[in-house]
Design a protein around this ligand. Structure first.
Ligand code: B12
Ligand code: SF4
Ligand code: SF4
Length: 369
């Protein structure tokens, strides 16, 4: 039961950005992920993504079997962890044409640039700059906008279906095989001009593109003489011995969902409000995008305290939704325990003592907490 709850919550948090956007879609088209280019829909009212915000490649569905074979081989070699949370993310994925779209001819894989963000957390008269990785933020575009952009700028012809992959594909593998991205040694994808600060999406279409992008799996040139991410990962998820990371040692597996963080993870390994950035921050291939990080503003003492105390009041909703953009108004109160637990661990990592000790200390009572 506990595990089911974890897996539901984790899937929810991981796909939060899509989930909230899909709600809008559900209202509009009864959750059917199908879309006809100009097929009865007026696209004029839907705005498009800027050209520099996204990059894409197209791949023929003929390569699906090759990709599936690659994944099957990794499984056979025992490189797919048996961890149940990890399995809840990957066991629903396979490279095949969707049953309800047998005429699909191509896959469009898209990388959308999402800048790294930080927030100034005011806590006990000090200000701490806390990082929020790209993937956990609610995007400022809708799935519909992304799909409209693809219809207008990629497919460009009327009358073709474009259907989201419904999170059923291994997106990094697809992005690398399509030539859109390259793997870093940290197993994260890098796209030119975006570093690793991006979100991946995929769509099936019955349009057959003239160009078919396809190549072998490859690693960035940067990585050949670099080991920085191996040294930066304090929990040793990345190693020289094997390329596929040891997901059971990855901090993100634990801190993006509800539940207790395993005691073997050192406090100093916590470095972001959610997820983990250690293998990306000092990566030479990210130098430029890290310098472009955006500041989301300040969390006031009162908002910080509401998050820490897990008080589901208006402060929390404003902080999580409007300031940090890590939740939606409907989800904020449910997401709160994850952010509350993580913020406590981060403050412990920064200040060197546990949050509960601070709260119960005489100094804390003087400061009104
Ligand atoms: C399961 C999952 C997780 C799990 C497991 C991570 C993992 N590496 O498998 C957990 C919760 C730990 C996790 C963490 C993170 N995730 Co995640 N995750 C996923 C998910 C659902 C599937 C990933 C997957 O395919 N795993 C299976 C493994 C086997 O595949 P792989 O990691 O691509 O590994 C390949 C290489 O090892 C390669 N390989 C094997 N041998 C060799 C040898 C050589 C030389 C080479 C070059 C390659 C190679 O084979 C594998 C297949 O190609 C995707 C969403 C999706 N639908 O795909 C998001 C996704 C991959 N996650 C994402 C992100 C951002 C993260 C985090 C950075 C979040 C964070 N900041 O904390 C971390 C990064 C951890 C890391 N170092 O990988 C993004 C990636 C964006 C990007 N720039 O690449 C995705 C695509 C979500 C999205 N829609 O954007 N994630
Ligand atoms: S830190 Fe170095 S080895 Fe790791 S992904 Fe970046 S360039 Fe590659
Ligand atoms: S996300 Fe963190 S824990 Fe996971 S591999 Fe990277 S540095 Fe290691």
């Amino acid at each position: 039961m506990h595990l089911i709850q974890i897996s539901i919550a984790s899937r929810f948090i991981r796909q939060r950005q899509n989930a909230c956007l899909l709600k809008i879609l559900e209202k509009e088209q009864d959750s059917s992920d199908m879309f006809m280019v100009d097929g009865g829909h007026s696209l004029a009212h839907l705005s498009l993504l800027q050209d520099d915000a996204f990059q894409y490649r197209t791949v023929s569905v003929e390569h699906l079997q090759d990709m599936q074979d690659y994944m099957d081989a990794l499984r056979r070699k025992g490189l797919f962890s048996t961890n149940s949370v990890f399995r809840s993310y990957v066991d629903n994925k396979s490279f095949k044409v969707p049953q309800d779209f047998p005429d699909a001819k191509s896959i469009i894989v898209v990388a959308v640039y999402v800048p790294l963000a930080s927030v100034n957390v005011h806590y006990q008269n000090q200000i701490h700059k806390i990082l929020i990785p790209p993937n956990y933020r609610v995007q400022d575009f809708t799935t519909e906008q992304l799909r409209t952009t693809i219809a207008k700028k990629v497919v460009t012809q009327n009358g073709y279906r474009i259907e989201g992959s419904r999170n059923r594909l291994f997106l990094k593998h697809l992005a690398v095989r399509s030539g859109l991205a390259e793997y870093g040694r940290n197993n994260i994808c890098y796209v030119k001009g975006m570093g690793s600060m991006l979100s991946l999406y995929a769509f099936f279409t019955d349009y057959a593109f003239k160009e078919d992008h396809w190549r072998e799996v490859c690693m960035m040139e940067f990585c050949r003489s670099c080991r920085i991410c191996i040294n930066e990962c304090l929990t040793h998820a990345i190693s020289d011995g094997r390329f596929v990371i040891d997901v059971e040692r990855c901090v993100s597996l634990y801190n993006e969902i509800v539940g207790e963080i395993p005691g073997w993870i050192p406090v100093r390994a916590h470095n972001a409000l959610i997820g983990c950035l250690r293998c990306q921050l000092r990566c030479p291939a990210n130098k430029e995008v890290v310098s472009r990080a955006v500041e989301l503003g300040n969390l006031t003492e009162s908002e910080t305290s509401s998050i820490l105390e897990c008080a589901g009041n208006d402060d929390v909703v404003i902080a999580l939704c409007e300031k940090l953009k890590v939740s939606t108004p409907e989800a904020a109160r449910n997401d709160l325990p994850v952010f509350s637990r993580n913020l406590k661990m981060l403050l412990e990592a920064i200040q060197g003592h546990a949050y509960d000790k601070v709260r119960n200390s005489p100094a804390a009572s003087q400061s009104g907490h």
